[in-house]
Ligand binder design. Structure first.
Ligand SMILES: [Zn+2]
Length: 58
């Protein structure tokens, strides 16, 4: 079962690669994590930290 809801996928910004998503996450003022979406196969950002790996400290 997909963990990403279609409605969430559709309204979220999409990134073609994890690197691109990571860059946007680092640039953001709030704490975000990139994750691969199993709906569209691209990357989105989430502010939910549970179960997400932490970004390496720059
Ligand atoms: Zn998606």
């Amino acid at each position: 079962m997909p963990r990403t809801r279609l409605s969430i996928c559709q309204r979220k910004q999409r990134f073609a690669s994890e690197e691109e998503a990571m860059r946007a996450a680092i640039a953001a003022t709030i704490d975000l994590r990139p994750y691969r979406c199993d709906r569209c196969g691209r990357y989105h950002l989430t502010s939910r930290l549970k179960g997400k790996r932490r970004l390496p400290v720059a």
